[in-house]
Design a protein around this ligand. Structure first.
Ligand code: ATP
Ligand code: MG
Length: 180
């Protein structure tokens, strides 16, 4: 499984629709300060369900919507879609390609889509349990996060290992069963 494509439109500094294509392997994103490199990582975090404006380096959740520049009007919504190659079926769905998308309007109205079909954030979360992908996963390691992991509580560190060995889904199921 690997990240094939990131599509952004109206997200942070990306007013126009932009498609980043990746291949299996390592890709670096380079550019001058303020050109939007970190915004690309924020886009991935956001589409995976990030709910914290602070994690996205903003004050409110609406700050992810393109706010306009001197010669360009603000936009009314932000849209991000990521496409993963799933030909090895690491994700528990039959599709060879999985696209997760999120859209939010200034009104606050928002939606998630899985391969084009509207879904809940819960569905997105469940799809990525035990893969390391997801906003709590270790596939996105932000600045300062390594320090947090090293100096964090053992219970928090344990969560990373649970995810890596693939037992998160069982723990969640147990938790849900016990609640019922
Ligand atoms: P550095 O090398 O300094 O880390 P970077 O390439 O990571 O820079 P980013 O932090 O991704 O840069 O991009 C910052 C730019 O994104 C700023 O110019 C900021 O004005 C712009 N930006 C952030 N949010 C929005 C928004 N909602 N609308 C328009 N522009 C935005
Ligand atoms: Mg940056």
């Amino acid at each position: 499984m690997y990240l094939k494509k990131i599509e952004v439109q109206g997200f942070k500094s990306f007013a126009n629709k932009i498609v980043f294509q990746f291949h299996n392997g390592i890709t670096g994103i380079v550019g001058p300060n303020g050109s939007g490199k970190s915004n690309v990582a924020d886009a991935v975090r956001w589409v995976l369900g990030e709910q914290s404006a602070k994690q996205l380096r903003g004050a409110s959740m609406q700050d992810v919507i393109f706010a306009g520049t001197e010669n360009r009007k603000p936009l009314g919504y932000a849209y991000v879609a990521i496409t993963l190659d799933n030909s090895d079926k690491k994700l528990p769905v039959e599709y060879e390609e999985v696209t997760v998308a999120r859209r939010v309007y200034r009104s606050g109205e928002s939606e998630y889509l899985l391969n084009g079909t509207s879904c809940r954030l819960k569905d997105v979360n469940e799809l990525f349990y035990d893969t390391g992908i997801g906003k709590e996963g270790y596939s996105i390691i932000g600045q300062g996060q390594i320090d947090k992991i090293l100096s964090g509580k053992p219970e928090d560190r344990r969560e990373l290992f649970d995810e890596a060995v693939g037992i998160v889904k069982f723990k969640r199921r147990k938790h849900t069963a016990q609640k019922k």
